[in-house]
Design a protein around this ligand. Structure first.
Ligand code: G3P
Ligand code: CA
Length: 269
């Protein structure tokens, strides 16, 4: 373990609730944020996309089919792309029943509603721009919403926010628009290419199935755009053996659907 850890008071990795505490509550809903808070998990991760009428919403898949009852409500609208529905239509959908009947009535949150809830719990956020190639301009719009929600003041930017994406161009855009924001690139670039990513990303966030002690060390030996060691938050780790394995590699963070399990075994936050 090194001083590169996000929580500098400990060598333990920070634990992030993936799509909220999504092992226990429907992913990317306010209920999943609440569940993380109830478990005492201060970091949550989400996925942001855009509706037909330009509202930012929190949803993982680019279609609404898996995590809502859209097929019942709008049977003629296959393939049910997020981008083809208005915010008023999406607001009608049940985003909880698919997970468990006790969550019937949970909604797809707008980013604004989501930010308000995360603020109320005083949580921190790893915000993912999901499939930003489908939503030109979403980087700027997301930053505008974050500013409106009070998340671009110094305290939030310094301590409470990471913006990440699998799309390197999008991460670079965020970094260019607001160089003070901490950013993450999702993926496992070749070691030789890491320095290029380190120009605009503070974190390289890789699947736990793709990393090794050597890869983690290669990341942490570089400096990111804020002249601090490049970090790695790995995903999605839900079991103790893998949590122990990646912690031994020295990862800075672990993104988990079951963050209480991981924190209990190896983590903090
Ligand atoms: O935060 C990492 C992880 O969320 C990336 O994969 O598909 O769950 O968005 P995915
Ligand atoms: Ca994600």
């Amino acid at each position: 373990a090194t001083t590169a850890h996000a929580d500098s008071t400990t060598d333990k990795p920070v634990v992030v609730a993936h799509r909220g505490a999504s092992a226990y509550a429907p992913e990317n809903t306010l209920a999943a944020v609440d569940k993380a808070a109830e478990l005492g998990i201060s970091w949550v991760e989400n996925d942001v996309q855009r509706t037909k009428d330009g509202e930012l919403v929190v949803m993982h898949d680019t279609t609404l089919a898996r995590t809502t009852n859209v097929e019942e409500v709008f049977p003629d609208r296959a393939p049910w792309n997020v981008a083809d529905f208005t915010s008023a239509e999406i607001a009608k959908l049940d985003a909880g029943s698919w997970f468990d009947a006790k969550y019937a009535g949970a909604r797809v949150p707008t980013l604004e509603q989501y930010m308000n809830r995360v603020s109320r719990h005083d949580q921190k956020l790893v915000l993912e721009l999901k499939a930003p190639d489908l939503y030109p301009g979403i980087e700027k719009e997301t930053l505008r919403e974050l500013r409106r929600s009070g998340w671009l003041d110094r305290q939030h930017v310094k301590h409470k926010l990471v913006v990440q994406s699998f799309d390197a161009g999008s991460v670079r855009t965020v970094h260019t628009l607001r160089p003070d924001i901490k950013t993450g690139f999702l993926g496992t670039p070749a070691v030789a290419e890491l320095p290029e990513y380190a120009e605009f990303a503070d974190q390289i966030n890789s699947s736990h199935t793709t990393i090794s002690a050597g890869y983690v060390a290669a990341i942490q030996s570089l400096k990111g755009p804020h002249d601090k060691p490049l970090e790695i938050y790995t995903w999605t780790v839900d079991d103790i053996p893998n949590a122990v394995r990646v912690t031994a590699f020295g990862v800075d963070g672990i993104i988990s659907n079951a963050p209480d399990v991981v924190r209990g075994a190896v983590g903090t936050g």
